[in-house]
Design a protein around this ligand. Sequence first.
Ligand code: P53
Length: 475
Amino acid sequence: MSFRKDFLWGGATAANQCEGGYNEGQRGLANVDVIPTGADRRKVITGQRKMLDFEDGYFYPAKEAIDMYHHYKEDIALFGEMGFKTYRLSIGWTRIFPNGDEEQPNEEGLKFYEDLFKECHKYGIEPLVTITHFDCPIHLIKEYGGWRNRKMIDFYEKLVRVLFDRYKGLVKYWLTFNEINMILHAPFLGAGLVFEEGENQEQVKYQAAHHELVASALATKIAHEVDPENQVGCMLAAGSYYPYSCNPKDVWESVKGNRGNYFLIDVQSRGAYPPYALKELEHKGVVIEMEAGDSDILKDNTVDFISFSYYASRVAADENSGVEKTAGNLFPTIKNPYLETSEWGWQIDPLGLRITMNDLFDRYQKPLFIVENGLGAVDEVMDDGTINDDYRISYLKAHLQAMKNAVEEDGVDLMGYTSWGCIDLVSAGTGEMKKRYGFIYVDRDNEGKGTLKRSRKKSFEWYKQVIASNGENLD
Ligand code: P53
């Protein structure tokens, strides 16, 4: 058993990290626009520092990003040259509804994505569309408090109806919310949550998450009604937790760590809050307000497939074990002594991808889709213009081998693989440009300087061969 004949090879991006053109085409302002680089970034992302507009003295990398808004034809041609079967991108909500609560959508925004999807199809590339990748209109945050407000379900429903109607026949693969579990770690991203002094933040986060879950189920329902061809996936920031040791206390922590991650996609995939989650909420003293009908909506509209990002596995230990924490990303984790780390301290664990795939497939028995994976690294442009990113090739090769083993040896059903940041883009975690993931280099630096010229890295040719052989040849 090898990869499906129609395996969807490709790459992934998100509107706020590549489009730029933040004030073009009648676009409205979004949370993602006003997240600066530097020390305050983390505070803004986690909702501890309110920043709902541009402020003096800060650099906002999403404003221009890599200007894909004007370069998309050139970029998609390069994806086509690599042989992409799919391209994962996200819709900028405020291009379609600049404020989020208008009656009518913005035609210029709709036309932009229509042209972009048509451009993809010219090269036989099937778009894979994330409806929201961390973005939320600023107006909806100011007026309604973002996803803490139940009204958000209506605004989201309106958005998806417009998208499914307009792009029928052009798009059939949809993801409702990027990394839905990130709401618990980075609540300003996506959910647009900013906290008031002294309020119960857990209560707000879980209530907002409930609204997203209902919105996601409604979107799934509407997608299927509008076009039975539509397939909708949930999207998890994945990476299984390992116990630090075989001490049962560490093992128990890893069970809890995994459940903390699965919690929301358990609802999206199985149609109900799992018993452990209800107990956990009770334990935390969180009471989620639900409306009559919510549980039916969740039950009747589960997702068609499970998509996820994978960068690293995680480690859990008993709180009294005194083990070292690692820098890592926004997820708190413990250093795994068996693993090396990237330049940004992310632990590198290809076998962990196989483990994560097996965990997810055992749990849900639905097709999986790896929609993010890759290495953020500093690239050097040589005098002759070449970029020899052998480190990226070896990272990806090891992960693709592990993915292949999961499919061929373990029988996991996998729809496709889109590597993260197939073209260099702005980092979500840090706002940097120099943390590069791409097969395509973009001449732009952390301060926003550069020509924006695109060039092929060594990994470009490598990935092209991988795709041409449907993953048979990884060398
Ligand atoms: P960067 C961490 C922090 C923020 C977003 O991350 C994250 C993660 C990893 O779990 O999730 C995804 O750019 C996200 C992308 C993001 C990518 O990880 O901090 O969906 O938007 O760019 C990589 O290196």
